[in-house]
Design a protein around this ligand. Sequence first.
Ligand code: SF4
Ligand code: SF4
Length: 234
Amino acid sequence: MNPDKDKEKPENVERDHSLDRMKLKAAADAAKNPVVPEQLTLESSLRFRCYPGIDCFTSCCSDIDILLTPYDVLRMKKRLGISSDEFLERYTHSRIEEKTGWPQLFIKMEEKEGRPCPFVTPEGCTIYTDRPAMCRYYPVGQGIHRRRTEEGVENEEFYMLVKEEHCHGFQEEKEWTIAEWRDDQGAEHYDEMVSPWKDIFIRRLTREEEEDGRKQTVFFLASYNLDQFRRFVF
Ligand code: SF4
Ligand code: SF4
C-alpha cells in the first residue's frame, strides 16, 4: 500500500529536530512505541479517516503531551478572547527540552480522571478550527533531516505514522497521500508560520548557538507571551 516502504528508516537519520521528537515522544508515552519505523514523504499514502461518530471519537484527546508552537498559542488565545498571560496560566505548562536547554510549552491536561484536554467535550474539540498543529497532523508525525551542503545547511522534512491502539481511524477505507492529509488539515499554513522559529530550535539542537540564560528567557517571552514581549520591547 505504501510506495515508500523500502526507504531509509528513521533511525538512520543523522540529526532530527527536538520539536518533532517531542511530538513523537508524546505519542510513545501513551502506548507502547506506536511510531511506525518507516520514513514517509509527502507522496506516501495513508489509509485513515476520523469523524464524529467513530467509536474512538476524542479518545486521542486525553493524557497526552500536546506541544505548542507560538502560532498555536496566538490562534488559541485569540479564539478564547484572553490575554497571553491568562492563556499561559490557565491552559499550559512548560519544561526545558534536554538537548536544546530551551523551554517548550504544552497544553495542561485537566487534573481529573483520564486527564482530558481542557478543550475536549463529547462532541469534539471546542477550538477545532484553531486547534494546534500537532492535533492537525495526528496521526502523522514530523521529522527533519539537517544536512550540510556546499551551499550551506539544508533542512529536509519527513513524516511517519503514529499508530495507537485506541485509534480506529486506520480501519477506515479512505486513502490520502501525506500531502493531501496535510492540506485537508490546514497544517501547511501552520508550518509556514513557525518555520523560522523551528529553525532556531534546530540550531540550538546542533549547538550552532551558545547557551545564554537571558536569551532563553527572551526566547520564551517572544515565542509564547507576545503581549508581555510587546510591553518589554516598547
Ligand atoms: S486541542 Fe482539541 S484536538 Fe487537540 S487534544 Fe485538545 S481537544 Fe483534542
Ligand atoms: S483516536 Fe484516531 S480516529 Fe479516533 S478520534 Fe482520535 S484521531 Fe480520530
